[in-house]
Design a protein around this ligand. Structure first.
Ligand code: NAP
Length: 530
């Protein structure tokens, strides 16, 4: 992470490139894109007018620079241009953000659930009414195709809507007493101040699925978005303020990740850490939480198997595997990382799948028709290259793709590798890029064994037309999410989280509320007294 001591203005080049792309659009989607990608200065003006191009941190309801004036440049991965600069914050700012969240907790947690729910609902409405602006920001700083960004805004907003509703459904219990002059109650209360650390691959949704339930339960939050994608987080925070979520309930700091992380971990005022990101950083946070015994939720890396059985419907399997693998250019934790194909269907599937992959249009996410954007940075690209080289050196075939894209920057060709085996790095680690490794198997037992042969356990997919097999294999897979004949399975109403080293806890759904609540048992005694 590079901090700069001079503030840098948004690059006219970045905005010009984004704006000029409007001319390529053709279709109803084109109309929407045209509204979004107007001329560069107009785009900036539009975002500024809506108050959404925020370039300072948010502490106690005030927009703040780093105390020493240092900044980080936010770049467009499709062009390399600087979009804006944001403060490079560290310990001082994080301490202030924690104090602000701590001071606000007493008032926010005492509001009725209905009052908190109304604020969240208003926030949801504002996110939806600014959907296009938010989607533009996501594509500019993260690179995913605009259509996927629009999808992310809907998905991200849905967590706020869902948890606005769940705020009113926090129930306790009355337990039958063991002594007749006693009554036993169970209350659920907010844990307190939450530190939420999020990655760059879903700049909005990874925040809303943490902040939504936290605020719904009465907690207050300090969010640290990724240095690569802070602008979406800041825009969402601006809308939270406009929605009437009180100053201090939601704070955003960004910059020096380990200083911010350590300050959150060391604080006795922070009672919960919720993190989405790599397994390596998750383990550090878990260890760091021990000194103050914080509650912790971790959504970490995956190594998703996608199992195609001989009895699969070929079209459904190709379409589902394509979606599971190539969404966000392969940069999601639930992306299929290994495609296990039974030998009877292997050739047919490999041919049809490779043909579909060859048709994927690569480019700047603002251009209509683009379905594969750039990777987030050069390090991500190098990781993909290393894994492909390792696989081919050990005998894998390049069925299609296999190298950097001619567009340059961090674009990589959508790639299919054939005859991958478990000796290759790509079958053991997340590639986090647009590379689909195909592995052969003979029997159902072998597929299950191969699928479970990993420390990760987030998402798995199976393609089969057999109902008994769907049940058998779903139950045997050591994964937190299983898609059967479906490659896109995330939704705010279902629990999301991993087995094994893919994490702890669940996000989304009614289970997502429990992560932000303490259970308190109250024994009311001596009822026979006056
Ligand atoms: P990452 O490097 O772990 O970063 C995630 C977040 O942690 C970022 O905000 C990062 O800040 C911050 N961070 C880095 N070092 C830290 C430290 N020492 N203390 C505190 N915070 C620290 O992961 P990533 O590369 O952004 O994301 C990709 C990973 O996330 C993949 O492994 C993917 O599978 C996983 N992921 C999991 C899920 C899930 O739900 N299970 C969802 C999405 C992604 P900076 O970016 O500012 O350095």
């Amino acid at each position: 992470m590079a901090c700069f001591s001079l503030a840098t203005q948004p690059s006219p080049m970045a905005m010009r490139r984004a704006g000029l792309l409007g001319r390529y659009f053709a279709s109803p989607f084109r109309l929407l894109c045209r509204q979004i990608s107007v001329e560069p200065q107009a785009t900036v003006d539009r975002l500024k007018e809506s108050g959404l191009l925020r370039t300072q941190g948010l502490i106690g309801g005030k927009w703040i620079d780093a105390y020493d004036g240092k900044t980080i440049q936010v770049q467009n991965p499709a062009t390399g241009d600087v979009i804006a600069s944001v403060p490079c914050m560290g310990r001082n700012e994080t301490t202030n953000a924690i104090s602000s969240a701590y001071n606000t907790f007493s008032s926010w947690s005492k509001l009725t659930a209905s009052e908190r729910s109304k604020c969240l609902r208003k926030w949801y409405d504002l996110i939806i009414s600014h959907k296009e602006d938010l989607a533009l920001l996501i594509t500019l700083e993260q690179g995913k195709p605009l259509k996927e960004s629009l999808g992310e805004v809907s998905y991200g907003a849905a967590f706020i809507e869902f948890f606005a509703e769940e705020a009113k459904r926090i129930y306790g219990d009355i337990i039958a007493p063991t002594i007749d002059d006693r009554r036993l109650f169970v209350l659920k209360q907010p844990v307190g101040v939450v530190g939420a650390i999020t990655p760059w691959n879903f700049p909005l949704a990874m925040i809303t699925r943490k902040v939504g339930p936290a605020l719904a339960c009465g907690c207050t939050v300090v969010v640290k978005p990724s240095e690569y994608t802070p602008l979406t987080a800041l825009a969402a925070a601006e809308l939270a303020l406009q929605a009437g979520i009180p100053p201090g309930a939601l704070n955003v700091v960004m910059g020096n990740a380990s200083d911010i992380g350590d300050t959150l971990l060391e604080s006795t005022q922070v009672r919960k850490i919720t993190f989405t990101g790599s397994t390596a950083v998750g383990k550090k946070l878990m260890a760091g939480s021990a000194s103050t015994v914080k509650k912790i939720s971790l959504e970490l890396g995956g190594n998703a198997p996608c199992i195609v059985f001989d009895d699969a419907d070929l079209d459904v399997a190709v379409k589902g595997s394509l979606a599971a693998k190539f969404r966000n250019s392969g940069q999601t934790c639930v992306c299929a990382n290994r495609i296990l194909v039974q030998e009877g269907i292997y050739e047919k599937f490999a041919n049809a799948f490779a043909k579909a992959v060859q048709a994927l249009q690569v480019g700047n996410g603002l251009i209509e028709g683009t379905v594969q954007g750039p990777l987030i940075n050069e390090a991500a690209l190098e990781k993909v290259e290393t894994m492909v080289q390792d696989a081919t050196a050990k005998g894998a075939d390049v069925v299609t793709g296999g190298k950097r894209h001619s567009l340059g920057m961090t674009f990589y060709e959508p790639t299919v590798l054939g005859n991958v085996n478990k000796e290759m790095l790509i079958s053991r680690q997340e590639v986090f890029g647009p590379v689909a490794p195909l592995m052969r198997f003979k029997t159902e037992e072998e597929a299950i064994q191969m699928a479970n042969d990993t420390n990760a356990g987030l998402a798995a997919y199976i393609f089969t037309t057999s109902m008994p097999r769907s049940w058998r294999v779903s139950e045997a897979l050591e994964y937190g999410l299983v898609g059967v004949n479906e490659g896109l399975i995330s939704t705010e109403v279902a629990p999301f989280g991993g087995f094994k080293q893919s994490g702890l806890g669940r996000e989304g759904s009614k289970y997502g509320m429990d992560e932000y609540l303490e259970i308190k048992y109250v024994c009311l005694g001596n009822l026979k007294g006056t």
